[in-house]
Design a binder for this molecule. Sequence first.
Ligand code: NAP
Length: 189
Amino acid sequence: MTKIAVWCRHNEDNIIGIGAKIPWHISSDFKRFRKITESENLVVGEKTYESFPNRTLPNRNIHILTLNSDYEVSDNAKHFVHNNIADFKDFEQDLYICGGATIYKLFMTSGNKLMPDVIVDSCYMGDIDNLEGQKINITPCGEIMQKLYQKVSPDYEQENVLTSIWIKKGDFIEQEVLKKLIKIISINH
Ligand SMILES: NC(=O)c1ccc[n+]([C@@H]2O[C@H](COP(=O)([O-])OP(=O)(O)OC[C@H]3O[C@@H](n4cnc5c(N)ncnc54)[C@H](OP(=O)(O)O)[C@@H]3O)[C@@H](O)[C@H]2O)c1
């Protein structure tokens, strides 16, 4: 089924996080992310999972990638541990790839069966908080997006965030998924 990467990156430097945190607080961006991923299957890296409040996001199945085979989740009914990205090659439902940088990069560089079919690219144009910690960017993913994907929507602007949809060139994309995403990003939250 369809694989959809969803991110919000900072304009020009492509930063998505500093330390464990996202260095901006845009409520419409969080709402858009919730609307896109509600009731869906998400895959995240262990660091991103640990950064969620109480290690959860309500009303979603969360798949956590970690190399630790003893990793314990906060909700055994809805959270699932994976030690190998290959588990997702034949994933039967739509899969929302939600970061962090390591996980976006892994999916975008591990071959056709794992590469996102669609990218929801949000770009924050404002200043970022001066937090302590390592700056985490997705510049390599942005370069792949520019080369192998095409933009199929305008930029929808809200609270200084520009959001658009990109699809992998030359592939068939499930139209229902695209319609759902366009509807969500085109409405003000
Ligand atoms: N702005 C946004 O849209 C957005 C979205 C999501 C996250 N973020 C930010 O991104 C940052 C986190 O990104 P990150 O790159 O440091 O961490 P991450 O991608 O969330 O997680 C990295 C972890 O994934 C696991 N992993 C890595 N390669 C693996 C593989 N081949 N197989 C299985 N597991 C593997 C490892 O876990 P183990 O060490 O446990 O083995 C690794 O430590 C945070 O600042 C977060 O807030 C921003």
